[in-house]
Design a protein around this ligand. Structure first.
Ligand SMILES: Nc1ncnc2c1ncn2[C@@H]1O[C@H](COP(=O)(O)OS(=O)(=O)O)[C@@H](OP(=O)(O)O)[C@H]1O
Length: 285
């Protein structure tokens, strides 16, 4: 527990964030993360981070850090990484999220070297939907920079068949990436969050995450309300409300129903392998 909360430092185990915050013993400082949201890209990582941040014993790194997956950052060392973290009191849990960690082969061993007790959160979503969301984000970025782009179907389908080389498709092969994490971390240090369930009804997923992180249950259904304009749940805390920005929940780029069906068929086997690996199944297409 101590290592989880303090990222391996020697600060005392759990103490409430509201207790004796004025004493120098409890001086706030930056600490390495005890928990990391490792992915998946477009799985709902921002929503999960913001929702965990509702917990009084959790502080989060606001920006994606990309420490373990970007060589230039990794070379800067743990001092740099720590300096990207929020200030916390002893007993508070530091959390960062970088969706790019999940599919980057060098990352699991690096996270282990940082803190072998780190708790890992993996939020997954229907891999076909995720792929379309991934493409939509790339398309949006290219349009913003006035760069050319290809329609999704052209990237995805080659001579009538799904092209296994398409990067966004590979990012949806969850079992391949998870297998690498499981070579390094024990299964019980990785908690799988259902990203589709988080969209439909966030509270039960948050309760499970609190339990995994050994946090006392502090997040409540009253922290969420459905915003009909946004079409998603938004957050309520201490009288403030917050919805995720417009980059979350964009209308997806079009894809013919025939191509989407092909995609669903393609994912059947890899999905089955993932279900076996995590010991549960999801009702994906
Ligand atoms: N409450 C709430 N509000 C808004 N959006 C929500 C929420 N919960 C989950 N989501 C889904 O999060 C998807 C984006 O995932 P990520 O944050 O992981 O994207 S990223 O990889 O960091 O770019 C985003 O995917 P798209 O809908 O495809 O844009 C959302 O569906």
């Amino acid at each position: 527990l101590r290592e989880l909360r303090s990222g391996g430092s020697s600060s005392p185990a759990y103490s409430s964030s509201s207790s004796s915050s004025s004493s120098s013993y409890n001086a706030s400082q930056q600490r390495l993360p005890g928990a990391i949201i490792i992915g998946v890209r477009k799985g709902g990582t921002r929503a999960l981070l913001e929702m965990l941040n509702l917990h009084p014993d959790v502080e989060v790194a606001k920006a994606e850090v990309h420490y373990f997956n970007v060589e230039e950052h990794y070379r800067r060392g743990l001092g740099w990484y720590k300096a990207q973290m929020p200030f916390t009191l002893p007993g508070q849990l530091t959390v960062e999220k970088t969706p790019g960690y999940f599919a980057a082969p060098q990352v699991p061993a690096r996270v282990w070297d940082m803190n072998p007790a780190a708790r890992l959160l993996l939020i997954v979503r229907d891999p076909a939907e995720r792929l379309v969301s991934d493409y939509t984000q790339v398309l949006h970025n290219r349009l913003t920079r006035h760069k050319p782009y290809q329609p999704l179907e052209q990237l995805l389908i080659h001579k009538g068949h799904i092209d296994p080389g398409y990067k966004a498709l590979q990012r949806s092969l969850y079992y391949q990436h998870l297998a690498r994490w499981l070579e390094v971390f024990p299964r019980d240090q990785i908690h799988v969050v259902d990203g589709d369930a988080l969209i439909r009804d966030p509270f039960p997923e948050l309760r499970k995450a609190e339990r995994f992180l050994d946090l006392p249950p502090r997040i409540s259904p009253n922290n969420f309300y459905y915003n009909t304009t946004k079409g998603f749940y938004c957050l309520l805390s201490a009288g403030h409300d917050k919805c995720l920005d417009e980059s979350k929940g964009r209308p997806h780029a079009p894809l013919s129903s025939q191509a989407f069906k092909q995609l669903c068929h393609y994912f059947r086997k890899p999905n089955k392998l993932f279900f076996e690996m995590v010991g549960r199944s999801f009702s994906w297409c």
